[in-house]
Design a protein around this ligand. Structure first.
Ligand SMILES: Cc1cc2nc3c(=O)[nH]c(=O)nc-3n(C[C@H](O)[C@H](O)[C@H](O)COP(=O)(O)O)c2cc1C
Length: 332
């Protein structure tokens, strides 16, 4: 399958394999790591429109970017059109490329305020939000949503048409309903149906666990791009077209790089907290992985973790390639 660049509004993305927004994970260091590993575009964690308009420090910290990660998209969530518009105006001043609107989050505290996937039940309000965001920013706007609220109210096609009419430059479909949460099989056919119903680019999401499945999704549905979430955690090389074998050397070298990026871009005292969510995932499915994970959870400081990973990487670099291959358990 020939991979061509993807155009979202005025922004050209060199390849259509995209890092999904993942709250608690897709901060600047991880986004940079995914770009270095071949992701064509990266999405931030969801950012509260209230936090942005009230200039809350925690929210401002989430806006940290770097030239090397561009193109980058920042995702807003909220349910009041005027506040979302104001937040988009503020966000536009940052060196970012795309603004995304979250209309897919199933989390209770987001839903109860009418935001995230609750907006799939109020498409008129969703349209007003999209219009306000589009009118108040100078960047292309994407909208990320689900198949529908539940299996009795699948409305992704109408929702996508509404988003296109309201000025969105692309839509992203997580092919599950709110009622599915994050489990059950994603129904890729919904992505195919959406693609047939709008002219703007359609990005498919859900159940992508390798580069090959990403290609299969594009092939089966005709979608223009693929967004990868959980499968990128501990495996950012998933974005590589040549899918390198997940040897222990590759895992350690990638974690080593992740630690470097965290130490460069994270405030002192926060680095260990930032990497804890990620570190153990690099060793999932690897022989002796469980014992490495338990050592990781016992470290008390970031520099202790760095020394441990340095030591393990050094050990793996002195091993023969055959031993490395034996240690590989999954391809990606
Ligand atoms: C821990 C976690 C955090 C997430 N945070 C966000 C978020 O901030 N914004 C969003 O639109 N989706 C969020 N999602 C949903 C993902 O972007 C994605 O749509 C979903 O995980 C399905 O893709 P996957 O099967 O490739 O993981 C999150 C999912 C998980 C598991």
């Amino acid at each position: 399958m020939k991979i061509t660049p993807l155009k979202i509004g005025t922004v050209t993305i060199e390849n259509p394999f995209i890092l999904a927004p993942l709250a608690g994970f897709t901060d600047l260091p991880f986004r940079l790591l995914c770009r270095e590993n071949g992701a064509g575009l990266v999405y931030s964690e969801m950012i509260s429109c209230h936090g942005l308009t009230y200039n809350q420090q925690k929210t401002i910290d989430m806006l940290q970017t770097d030239e090397n990660e561009r193109p980058v998209a920042m995702q807003l969530f909220g349910s009041e059109p005027d506040i979302m518009g104001n937040a988009a105006k503020i966000l536009s001043k940052y060196p970012i490329d795309i603004i995304d609107i979250n209309m897919g989050c199933p989390v209770k505290k987001v839903i109860k305020r009418g935001a995230g996937s609750a907006l799939m039940k109020t498409p008129e309000l969703a349209g007003q939000i999209i219009r306000q965001v589009v009118e108040n920013c100078n960047k292309p706007v994407t909208v990320k949503f689900r198949s529908g609220w539940n299996h009795q109210s699948i409305n992704a096609c109408q929702f996508a048409q509404m988003a296109e009419e309201a000025g969105a430059s692309a839509v992203i479909i997580h092919a599950r309903t709110w009622s599915d949460g994050f489990s059950g099989k994603a129904d890729w056919d919904i992505i195919r149906q959406v693609k047939e119903n709008v002219a703007i680019p359609v990005i498919g999401n859900g159940d992508i666990h390798s580069y090959e499945t990403a290609l299969a999704l594009m092939h089966e549905t005709g979608c223009d791009g693929v967004m990868i979430g959980r499968a990128s955690l501990g495996r950012p090389w998933i974005f590589h077209a040549d899918s390198p074998p997940a040897t222990s050397r590759l895992r350690l070298a990638t974690l080593h790089r992740h630690l470097q990026l965290i130490s460069r871009y994270t405030r002192q005292g926060w680095a260990l907290g930032k990497i804890r969510n990620h570190a153990g995932r690099y060793f999932k499915g690897m022989p002796h992985g469980a014992s490495i994970r338990s050592r990781i959870y016992q470290v008390k400081t970031f520099s202790e973790l760095q020394s441990m990973v340095d030591g393990l990487l050094h050990e793996s670099l002195t091993q023969e390639p055959e031993e490395q291959r034996e240690q590989q358990t999954d391809k990606n």
